[in-house]
Design a protein around this ligand. Structure first.
Ligand code: ATP
Length: 517
């Protein structure tokens, strides 16, 4: 645990020091759970968004994109259920005065039970060696069985109480499990209350006639209200999808995990419209496709897992999260939800407009069902950034800090470094930049000794360093150094473009995604 915390602190400090993420309005001591992306951060964020967009819109003939406004007609949020049901159950600890999400406290308790079971299983696997049968051990060992059964019971009971809005039972569960406040260590809790997460604002200058609006808490509704426009103007046929990226706002109760839980964040969502009754087929397909997208980035299959929802949101008939192994453990990174026809039907009711599709094959009109994939761009940023940051001990026992970002996402693709600031080497370096800048984001750096410049680029995550030296003057070759292997080769200047393109071209990464399918 201490190790995890240390690692997480390093991630936050590194993000600031190397121009990735800083607290918003820092000179005024910051605004809680709101962050700014600095010069490298914005590039990484743009690259993640672009990779998602290409994988969804460019890669699928039947998906198109939109960009809807953040402000929407207030009835939208009545129809979507957010006014009545977008609540989190909150609880306060009377001693520490800290506020928590009651469901998260219980989920953390359940996660500890799972970890205990996993520890027992790992120990047994070592003891039994090759003969070990994990499934059999899980279902017969009393201790493991006890942990797993208790975990199931706890989660099922919580899901039921939340579904019935039985907040007294959620409180009773916290008491029965003797959950303590992580800050004060006490069990002195208040009652559980519901808290609506939407930010309100006003439209219009006149206090009396001003209209109450909300900042959108999800981008999805902008897609639903545009369903018919896009279907008609794009002549789309079911099944088809609409994708969108953009800001969303939630007045989160507990926001302590850097850019994991923010009050202003960005989502990348896709709603896939299908025939009623086909939802389980498409739900499975989209689970696979989204996992393949993640795996294509090469961050290790062991760092992802699916988590099936016990408690379903009011609109869903099936839901799974893709969880990622963040520095603080496995947590939700993306949601894949089967939303039924809830949203479109509800907008039909509230707007009085038909939101249906005439299916020529079935010769009938219906309100389509929807499979949604919804990922937080900032959470994806954190997953990539934290997974890529490492300290490596080298052969000479020195330690280098390196940010092994997937090359396609790295802010800067290559740094061009003249070995010395004279003899015409800077001029050649600038000429190389003038050629490469048509295709890639590249930078020039001539400060400090070459070894220090390499380390600086390692820490920023630049996949290639290109060094211009005296031999360059004679034969038009340079040294290209690879960030991860630290290998150096001598190559001709005119070969650079192809070498870099091979590593960072979007097509080769999309092919990896297809292979993972
Ligand atoms: P959580 O359970 O963590 O609050 P959620 O289930 O409410 O998340 P969704 O409403 O399904 O999340 O939103 C889809 C995605 O948007 C999430 O998987 C996550 O990546 C991202 N997301 C949601 N809330 C936030 C937030 N406050 N800050 C950053 N990203 C968020």
């Amino acid at each position: 645990m201490a190790n995890q915390e240390e690692q997480f602190k390093k991630v936050v400090a590194h993000a600031k020091e190397y121009g990735y993420v800083v607290q918003s309005s820092e000179i005024y001591d910051g605004l809680s759970a709101v962050y700014d992306y600095s010069h490298n951060g914005v590039e990484l964020k743009n690259n993640i968004r672009e990779y998602w967009w290409k994988a969804m819109v460019q890669f699928h003939e039947n998906i198109v994109g939109i960009d809807a406004a953040i402000l929407m007609h207030p009835t939208t949020w009545k129809a979507s259920g957010h006014v009545d049901a977008f609540n989190d159950p909150l609880i306060d600890n009377k001693d520490s005065k800290k506020r928590y999400r009651a469901d998260v406290l219980i989920e953390d308790y359940a996660e500890k039970l799972l970890q205990k079971a996993q520890k027992e299983i790992e120990k047994a696997a070592q003891r039994f060696g090759e003969a070990f049968d994990e499934e059999q051990y899980k279902s017969t060992n009393p201790r493991v069985l006890g942990y797993l059964t208790e975990r199931d019971q706890v989660l099922t009971r919580m899901a039921k109480s939340l579904e019935n809005n039985d907040l007294a039972d959620v409180k009773a569960l916290i008491d029965e499990l003797e959950i303590t406040c992580p800050v004060s260590g006490s069990k002195n809790w208040t009652e559980v209350k519901q808290f609506n997460l939407m930010f309100g604002t006003k439209l219009g200058a006149d206090a009396e006639t001003a209209m109450d609006l909300y900042l959108r808490p999800e981008t999805a509704q902008g897609i639903f209200v545009n369903f018919l426009n896009v279907q008609k103007s794009g002549r789309m046929k079911i099944p088809f999808g609409i994708a969108q990226t953009g800001k969303a706002f939630r007045n989160e109760i507990v926001a302590r995990q850097f850019i994991f839980r923010m009050r202003e964040f960005e989502q990348m969502e896709m709603q896939f419209f299908i025939r009623p009754g086909e939802q389980m087929k498409w739900y499975d397909i989209w689970k696979k496709r989204r996992m393949a997208w993640h795996l294509s980035l090469g961050m290790g299959a062991e760092n992802y897992r699916f988590h099936k929802h016990e408690k379903l949101a009011h609109y869903a008939d099936a839901a799974s999260d893709i969880e990622f192994n963040f520095p603080f453990g496995f947590k939700e990174l993306e949601g894949i939800h089967s939303r039924t026809d809830f949203d479109l039907s509800s907008h039909e009711k509230f707007s009085g407009k038909k939101l249906q599709f005439f299916d020529p094959e079935l010769n009938e009109s219906y309100v389509p069902y929807v499979i949604e994939t919804s990922i937080g761009l900032d959470r994806m940023f954190l997953a990539i950034f934290s997974n890529s940051l490492m300290d490596e001990t080298l052969e000479d026992q020195s330690v280098r800090t390196v940010l092994k970002l997937p090359a396609i996402l790295a802010p800067v693709k290559a740094a061009i470094l003249p070995l010395v600031k004279k003899d015409g080497l800077p001029e050649i370096a600038h000429q190389i930049i003038a050629d490469l800048k048509f295709d890639f984001n590249v930078i020039y750096d001539d400060k400090d000794a070459i070894g220090r410049r390499y380390r600086r680029q390692d820490a920023v995550g630049t996949p290639f360093c290109i060094t211009v030296d005296h031999q360059t003057l004679e034969d038009q070759t340079v040294t290209i150094r690879h960030r991860d292997s630290m290998e150096q080769n001598r190559v001709r200047i005119d070969a650079l473009k192809n070498i870099i393109a091979q590593e960072v071209s979007i097509s080769s990464w999309l092919k990896k995604m297809q292979e993972a399918l």
